[in-house]
Design a protein around this ligand. Structure first.
Ligand code: AP5
Length: 222
């Protein structure tokens, strides 16, 4: 009897720490990390048709149309590593129509992690966030500073990481996520994201290794 792979969805407001936790989770459990924000930024950087279309929306803090994101995600989920070893969906689904597109394909998570962080802290995280364009690693000038001057000198800021745009993204998030949370209500585990990143990760490990949830290699029942 083939073990069912772990399938994780992670959600939370902008800058709640999804990307930071996904880096740790995918490394520990070998899951395919699918982050729609990262996929879209890669399309924008490459100047593709998808990228040109996406940029207009991203700069306004709005959701990119489904015709761009749904195909992107579905293709990634269909790849054999994701199917066999499991996946980690970061920032998707982010609207009712995206959740319905997954349901139509029979795709559901083993667990849905919801990171909770107060709004004033989110703004502080957005403003100090920096990205390493070479490794894609996420830093924060105060909470997670780069370790070498070489890395520090090449860090960039995301174009949507201003206070005004972050506030717009927060409003959009609240409005769009409500119906998504009701679709996944039976799978949701809330995690306090207002703690240091290792403490948040420790909470997530506890949830993923809960014997109630099937995790191959850790608590496999054959
Ligand atoms: P996306 O890139 O997904 O942005 P987001 O949801 O706004 O989330 P962020 O990436 O801002 O934050 P995060 O939760 O990953 O936090 P991070 O770990 O970086 O999407 C961008 C845009 O793309 C959207 O606005 C939309 O236009 C489009 N898009 C994406 N998905 C879409 C979809 N499904 N449909 C349609 N459009 C879509 O952490 C933030 C900062 O805090 C960092 O500096 C980090 O170092 C720091 N930090 C993290 N954890 C901690 C901690 N515990 N303590 C202190 N600091 C911390």
């Amino acid at each position: 009897h083939e073990a069912e792979p772990l399938k994780v969805m992670i959600a939370g407001a902008p800058a709640s720490g999804k990307g930071t936790q996904c880096e740790l989770i995918s490394k520990k459990y070998g899951l395919t990390h699918i982050a729609t924000g990262d996929l879209l930024r890669a399309e924008v950087a490459a100047g593709t048709e998808y990228g040109k279309k996406a940029k207009e929306y991203m700069d306004q803090g709005k959701l990119v149309p489904d015709e761009v994101v749904v195909t992107m995600v579905t293709q990634k989920l269909a790849q054999s590593h994701a199917k066999k070893k499991g996946w980690l969906l970061d920032g998707y689904p982010r609207s009712l129509s995206q959740a319905e597109a997954l349901q139509a394909l029979g795709i559901k998570p083993s667990i849905f992690i919801l990171l909770e962080v107060p709004e004033d802290i989110l703004i502080d995280r957005v403003v100090g966030r920096r990205i390493d364009p070479i490794t894609g690693k996420i830093y924060h000038l105060t909470y997670s500073p780069p370790k070498t001057p070489e890395i520090a000198s090449r860090l960039i800021q995301r174009s949507d990481d201003t206070v005004d745009r972050a506030k717009l993204r927060l409003q959009m998030h609240a409005k769009n996520m409500e119906p998504v949370l009701s679709v996944y209500k039976d799978f949701i585990k809330k995690v306090d994201g207002d703690a240091d990143k290792d403490a948040v990760f420790a909470e997530i490990i506890k949830i993923l290794e809960d014997p109630e949830i099937f995790l191959p290699g850790v608590n496999a029942v054959v």
